[in-house]
Design a protein around this ligand. Sequence first.
Ligand code: B12
Length: 289
Amino acid sequence: MKRLLSPKELADAIGVSESSLKRWADAGRLQVARTEGGHRRIPVAEAVRFIRDTGAVVVRPDLLGLVGVPAVNDAKASGSLDERLYQALLVGDGAVARALVVGGYLQGESVATLADGPVRSAMGRLGELWRHDSQGIFLEHRATDLCVQAVVALRGLIEPPAEGLVAVGGAPEQDPYMLPSMLAATVLTSAGLRAVNLGPATPLASLRHAVAHHDARVVWLALTSTVSEELAEELGGFARELANAGRTLVLGGQRRADAAGVRRALHVSSMSELAAFAAGLVAGQRDER
Ligand code: B12
């Protein structure tokens, strides 16, 4: 994605005049950098912050580097975001699904509320289709791919910090689910951590390597598949080992109750809880400096 925008590009992206934009920049409402020649340039992350804070409407997403994301300027279109995302995923309209997720974020929703709301709800409904529709499984698989693409587009909008706390995570070896871990990574990045997502089917040994390699402060595990007693026991040892090294293991996901006996880990039920925990850590680190 393009990281620096000219005032004209951002003005066109949100459908305002270039002179208004320059005025906002001069008034300090928009942080701009200067090229060597003295021209104003706006980092995409700052443009995204400005759009979220001011409620500006993105009419040309392509100018923000959002390829294949149509404008969602009909915020008042019928139906809730949950319903519209479900319908888009159901009919296989990936562009609309991306526009809804990215548009929701640009209109001020947090990553966590998008995950706990529309994404969870739409995928949950799609997961019920197989019970009474012979096409249900095909629809569910297609929807997962489209939803992954929407989350990737969302993640691309969030600038990871250059330094600071690292979080590493994934889903355990027997667990094929992609979205939960990807969303956890996106939530943690938006909270200001550097998130390294190892994705589904990650052996615990590999997670250990990654934790040491990145000196991770936080380790997340998304538990969607059944957690065997054997895995729960291994997780108990892992949580202890991490806690002794001053790291936190965060356990979440639909099957987290299978690991309820794991001590010295943080058990959370939603991405919003994860976001709150991460925000606390980042604030604590800032205070230490
Ligand atoms: C897509 C899907 C699949 C795909 C996954 C594709 C992929 N690579 O990702 C495939 C086809 C592989 C699959 C397989 C199976 N699936 Co399936 N699947 C789903 C479906 C429809 C969506 C899952 C998803 O991505 N949801 C979106 C996420 C974001 O929602 P979420 O998991 O609820 O996560 C939220 C919270 O739990 C929390 N959270 C989650 N993880 C974490 C982690 C942390 C750190 C934190 C803080 C929070 C957190 O935050 C999220 C946002 O709110 C669900 C339906 C559902 N209700 O979710 C069924 C579902 C999970 N599957 C189910 C079943 C039965 C199966 C199979 C057994 C089917 C079969 N007979 O083969 C297999 C088992 C696979 C295995 N090894 O475990 C059942 C589980 C029933 C049960 N209670 O055990 C469900 C509920 C469908 C149903 N209604 O029956 N599945």
